[in-house]
Write a protein that binds this ligand. Structure first.
Ligand code: SF4
Length: 213
């Protein structure tokens, strides 16, 4: 049976800016929300970006032997739940990674009216789910979430020692092929400062989302 393809906006192998430990990150392309202040508006359109085989992508994410966890963000991961669940399953056959996932949908909505096939499968692979859309007025500059309306759901006991609400925010700049990828939930004042320095920032963690209508 063919493995599902994932429509990928960007990846980062090996970061300390998006969760506990050393992690690899997948940002998916396409989001149904339109949050004011979204730091990655180029990843909102539902267009084909990079189509990746879930098994190949899992191998890519684990190509750093020190990676202990995966983070899924976007875009909206729950619109590609089936393929992301496959990525997590493939990765875990190789290494017992933990999984953190951002979503703009609330957990209640995901359970009662899943927006795509495979949502239950993906929730079954996720250790910590950060739900809700980004609300700029509620961005307190703290934690691994973009705004205080977002909730941290610990779906398993893993990562219980990490303070997602109060963690000091950090960001990394990954530069490749003339493009700058910002990884992390940006601390206050970082994006204007980056614009001054680089002119263009091509990607970033989004970190906030919410229930859809
Ligand atoms: S902040 Fe997240 S949920 Fe909101 S538009 Fe951007 S990618 Fe979508």
């Amino acid at each position: 049976m063919p493995t599902p393809l994932l429509n990928v906006a960007a990846t980062c192998v090996g970061t300390h800016a998006l969760g506990p430990g050393r992690r690899s990150v997948v940002w998916v392309q396409g989001c149904p929300f339109d949050c004011t202040g979204c730091v990655a508006p180029e990843w909102i359109p539902q267009r084909t970006a990079r189509l990746a085989d879930s098994c190949d992508l899992a191998a890519e994410l684990l190509s750093d032997p020190d990676v202990t966890g995966l983070t899924f963000s976007g875009g909206e991961p729950m619109l590609q739940a089936e393929a992301l669940a496959a990525v997590a399953r493939h990765a875990r056959r190789t290494r017992d990674v933990d999984v953190v996932c951002f979503t703009g949908f609330t957990l209640e909505r995901l359970r009662t009216r899943p927006p795509s096939p495979g949502v239950a499968d993906l929730l079954g692979e996720v250790d910590v789910l950060i739900d809700g859309v980004y609300v700029a007025a509620r961005d307190d500059g703290r934690g691994l979430r973009g705004s205080t309306n977002q909730r941290i759901h610990r779906l398993t006991g893993r990562l219980s020692g990490f303070d997602f609400e109060g963690a000091h925010r950090q960001a990394e700049l990954h530069i490749s092929g003339g493009e700058v990828l910002m990884v992390g939930v940006p601390p206050r004042g970082l994006l204007p400062a980056l614009d001054d320095v680089t002119g263009t920032v091509t990607g970033a963690e989004i970190g906030s989302q919410e229930e859809t209508a």
